[in-house]
Write a protein of this length. Structure first.
Length: 302
């Protein structure tokens, strides 16, 4: 098995789960940074997915999980596109060339684009996040690449595109989580800004089920329920201050430009899409252990 992005948050959580499974006897962990998980089953390869030859690292792989992405915002958005879109395309083709049985491509529910309100959507909703949100846009472009690949593929390799909700857990750390744990939270439309918090244990379980079943297609990956930013602030006993979307975006851009914030308006939205994961449950039998509120409580306690 090959796992890209093995030193990242998702990769670390997946490594912890993979080494516990008897069905997994060897993991080729591709990462440029040191791994946080060590085990005899794991062999790290230091590799650049955007430029290095991938044939040797992928040779003989029965399964591939792709989790290597540039998430924390760079100044140069083109550098992120090269990793997130071009690198993903190279991984997909390398998995196919290696004769893999299944390849799991990690997308995001934000590939649908920013949404506010509690409307629940499924996989029939159109993807297509715009360039004003670089990471969401890159996920949509990656998915479009997979769809084009399907049109010419011979069907020998199953490709599952997973769209996780907001993942939380002991291995997850990012500027968004830090903001949500703050004592004072500034957010546009906090009473209508919804999030689904998915615990990393449920994320790992879903990936393992997809690998073992060899399912093919696009799947939302989220917990039961959703909650607003206002509800999260009440749970955390923090102060929630509504700020209109326009000023929020301008303030974020100014803070990012001055080096005061780790993110710009590319990450400022009224909330994330609320999705159902019924398709994934039907295909794999996956059932999350934690609902959205449970995962949020654990996130805030951590």
């Amino acid at each position: 098995m090959v796992l890209t992005g093995a030193s990242g948050d998702f990769g670390t959580a997946l490594l912890r789960g993979l080494i516990l499974r008897d069905e997994v006897d060897h993991v080729v962990a591709l990462a440029r940074s040191p791994l946080r998980v060590r085990h005899p089953k794991i062999a790290q390869h230091v590799i650049d997915l955007t430029t290095d030859d991938l044939d040797e690292a992928f040779a003989g792989a029965d399964a591939v999980i792709h989790c290597a992405f540039m998430v924390e915002e760079p100044r140069d958005k083109e550098s992120a596109r090269v990793v997130n879109v071009d690198g993903s395309r190279r991984v997909l083709l390398a998995a196919e060339s290696a004769g893999a049985r299944v390849c799991v491509m990690t997308s995001s529910i934000n590939a649908y684009g920013p949404r506010g309100g509690p409307e629940v959507i499924d996989e029939t909703a159109a993807i297509g996040a715009g360039e004003e949100h670089y990471y969401f846009h890159h996920k949509a472009l990656m998915e479009e690449d997979v769809r084009r690949w399907r049109q010419t593929a011979d069907g020998r390799m199953a490709v599952a595109v997973l769209r996780p909700a907001y993942v939380v857990g002991p291995d997850m750390a990012n500027s968004g989580l830090e903001t949500m744990r703050s004592r004072v939270v500034l957010h546009p439309s906090p009473r209508r800004s919804y999030f689904q918090f998915l615990h990393q244990d449920d994320l790992v379980d879903a990936y393992l089920r997809v690998l073992l079943a060899g399912v093919d297609g696009e799947f939302n990956l989220g917990p039961e329920g959703a909650m607003t930013v206002s509800e999260l602030c009440r749970m955390n006993r923090s102060v929630c201050i509504p700020v209109p979307l326009g000023p929020s975006r301008r303030l974020a851009d100014l803070g990012f430009r001055l080096g005061l914030l780790p993110f710009s308006s590319h990450w400022v939205t009224r909330g994330e899409p609320v999705t159902t994961s019924q398709r994934l449950r039907d295909a794999t039998g996956w059932q999350p252990r934690y609902d959205c509120a449970d995962a949020a409580r654990l996130m805030l306690a951590g």
